[in-house]
Design a protein around this ligand. Structure first.
Ligand SMILES: *Cc1c(COP(=O)(O)O)cnc(C)c1O
Length: 368
């Protein structure tokens, strides 16, 4: 496989590379990030050096991808994604380990989720191999933006969009797979911070037979209104109920939910209306390994309010304890509004694996 020096990449500005090409980094590129105030990096978008772009031809076959300087895209106003929302995204992170290398967490899971989402949205998806190779190339090209160990992570955002122009409602004639990255700080500066959730009883995030189970872009703008209203009322976010009976807990706007009662941990099943989170899946495996009984089952609001602990999971927050939940005029506080024992133990175990601080016995961590 050809190796490309990052310094050459910088001179050439753009370089066509095959999805499987290895991009080698030099020591001086790692040092370039030293002017960044990693303590105050926050959780926003920052432009980095390179983005990855790969397009299909009109028959839906992927051409080779390129690393381009991070910048704007050119799209037809008639692009399928702009008019009909034909798009999917992924969210993943690269962490700096104690020895200074950068690692990914279960990237194949993101590739597989994009493939299943693409089927639902009538799009061609990159293969697992092309997806992971493209993610690795993009992280390597931007490796100076991976924060030092313990100071945060490089958030990775793969996008799959219908970029071809189409007027009548139909799948777009051309697709683009794009990856951009942004360094982010720890979600909460001072360790785990419990959030307060409001149970939403009028609006729903997803309906049976809809697209709640895939990470399609159209699922997110509709939750903004409820999320903003909840924030105005002093809550951190909204917890959605099932659309059919308004009785079972589903998930938060962008993370999954778990309840703890004694030694049993419960989380709603993924039956098409809940996003199958990779953090969710990892927490289930980890909790079982740690001796908890884990049930993927329907969770009623009553069971939620009666739990000992509640926590949310997602790539951005990893494990997020819930301090209180409000349902109509009932408000329940968990662990005196602090961090529960189980939430803390699971959070520590998972982040230790992700950051290379403990043995990766599940084989979840991947080198670039
Ligand atoms: C992305 C997402 C999650 C979390 O998935 P992870 O793979 O753990 O990041 C949960 N719920 C929704 C709605 C999401 O979009």
């Amino acid at each position: 496989m050809p190796r490309i020096e990052i310094s050459r990449l910088r001179q050439n500005k753009s370089l066509k590379i095959q999805a499987g090409v290895t991009v080698s980094t030099t020591k001086d590129t790692a040092a370039l990030g030293s002017d960044i105030d990693w303590e105050n990096i926050g959780f926003g978008i920052r432009s980095t050096d390179f983005m990855y772009v790969m397009k299909t031809d009109r028959s839906g076959e992927w051409r080779s991808g390129e690393l381009l300087p991070f910048g704007n895209l050119e799209l037809s106003p008639a692009a399928g994604v702009l008019n009909y929302g034909q798009g999917l995204f992924e969210g993943m992170k690269a962490y700096r380990t104690q020895d200074g290398s950068a690692v990914l967490f279960r990237p194949k899971e993101n590739a597989l989720r994009m493939i299943s989402g693409a089927k639902r949205m009538c799009m061609p998806a990159p293969s697992v191999g092309d997806f992971t190779a493209a993610v690795k190339s993009t992280v390597k090209a931007n490796v100076r933006w991976v924060p030092p160990h313990g100071k945060g992570s490089l958030y990775i955002r793969p996008l799959l969009i219908g970029s071809g122009a189409i007027l009548g409602l139909a799948p777009a004639p051309e697709y683009s797979f794009i990856i951009y990255v942004s360094p982010v700080g720890n979600y909460f500066k001072s360790g785990l911070a419990p959030i307060s959730l409001k149970v939403e009883t009028f609006y729903h995030r997803a309906a049976p037979g809809g697209t709640g189970g895939v990470k399609t872009i159209g699922n997110y703008a509709p939750v903004l209104k409820t999320q903003l209203d909840a924030k105005d009322q002093g809550f951190s976010d909204v917890l959605y109920l099932d659309a059919a009976e308004n009785k079972y807990v589903e998930e938060v706007s962008s993370c999954n939910i778990f309840t703890v009662k004694g030694n049993t941990i419960s989380t709603p099943e993924t039956l098409g209306t809940i996003l199958p989170g990779i953090t969710r899946k990892s927490i289930i495996e980890l909790a079982r390994d740690m001796g908890y009984k884990v049930k993927e089952t329907a969770v009623t609001v009553e069971e939620l309010l009666d739990a000992d602990e509640v926590f949310c999971t997602g790539t951005a927050v990893v494990v997020n304890p819930v301090g209180s939940i409000t349902y109509g005029d009932r408000r329940v506080t968990y662990s005196d509004g602090g961090v529960g024992k189980v939430s803390r133990a699971l959070s520590t175990s998972l982040t230790d694996i992700q950051m290379g601080r403990s043995e990766d016995k599940f084989g979840w961590v991947e080198q670039l």
